[in-house]
Design a protein around this ligand. Sequence first.
Ligand SMILES: Nc1ncnc2c1ncn2[C@@H]1O[C@H](COP(=O)(O)OP(=O)(O)OP(=O)(O)O)[C@@H](O)[C@H]1O
Ligand SMILES: [Mg+2]
Length: 351
Amino acid sequence: MAKGKLLLGLDIGSSSVKMCLLKDVRNTYEIDLIDREEIPSDAIVEGSILDRSSVSRKIRAMLARNKVRQKQCAIAISGYSVIVKRLRLANMSDEELAMSIKWEVEQHIPYDSNEVVYDTVVLGRSPQQNSMDILLVASKRDAVNDYISVAKDAGLDVKIVDVASFALQNMVETVYGEAGIGDCTGVINIGASVTSMTMMTDGVTAFTRDITIGGNQITEEIQKKLGITREEAENFKTGNVLEGGAMIPREVEDITCQVSEMIANEIKRSISFFYETTGRESIDRLLVCGGVVKNASTLRILEETLGENIVLANPFMNLSYNTRLYSPESLESLALESAVALGLALRRNVE
Ligand SMILES: Nc1ncnc2c1ncn2[C@@H]1O[C@H](COP(=O)(O)OP(=O)(O)OP(=O)(O)O)[C@@H](O)[C@H]1O
Ligand SMILES: [Mg+2]
């Protein structure tokens, strides 16, 4: 049976755009393209694309230098732009759900239902208890349209608008394999402005939440405390000091640790909520990714604060790759930031 062509995964992050294209090979995938390009820090702020042309120019440049022919893509929304709610409803057919969902949107989503786009995912049905669990996913129409437009301006054709946490789940399922019974796996992607968290039990979404904190908080605190520019603060934070440039001030490490603790505590609160609402007491495997966890101190603080079985996620694990273009080292340097892009690249055009 034809499965449909794999789409180009395009993750439009607020600090960089990532692009991934996979190829079907013998029941698995080969990485045909993986790339990232930084964007100006004021181009996407709080989930809103303020500078469309500079973002689309970066995407265009990446498409050109990689000679990408697949123009059909999947993008993701997250954080500021999306609301995901888990609801328990009376059991009903898909058709009945489609008819009644607008009412649920009016009840649960704090925007005018005419201004939002929404979709549902059925997690499970229990005819005995006459109940069903669904995820209601909603986003402001304008916000989604901005992301679609920026891809369009770069010459792409957006076939799927996914949610970042679902893309992360897809990545985990494919790369780490199907979950065993009772198995609970979590993924936390800490980006520049959004932290996406998602937990799966028995391979099904049990919890998902995006919080609007990330690496920007660390940069801003360094900038403020040291009275320096954002760019200097970012360079100090990431240890990117040009030869002959200034030494990294000692305070940078302290500030990084303080803000990382704040981030880790926020994540811990969400995990506690997950435990309270599901009765679980532990997570078997907690994968962490996103550019922020590249910092060894941040990672250590996450481990100490969360006390879970934390593993750095590697979305390229077990996948072959085009050896003319990539090496284990080049893939490793991109791995932590590419989880969402890889999850998006697993989507197919099913038209
Ligand atoms: N070595 C490092 N140490 C500390 N922070 C780092 C390091 N490398 C990258 N970062 C931070 O990681 C963040 C970028 O990560 P990522 O690419 O996952 O974010 P994004 O997808 O652009 O943002 P978002 O999804 O939140 O919009 C930035 O805040 C950057 O400063
Ligand atoms: Mg991101």
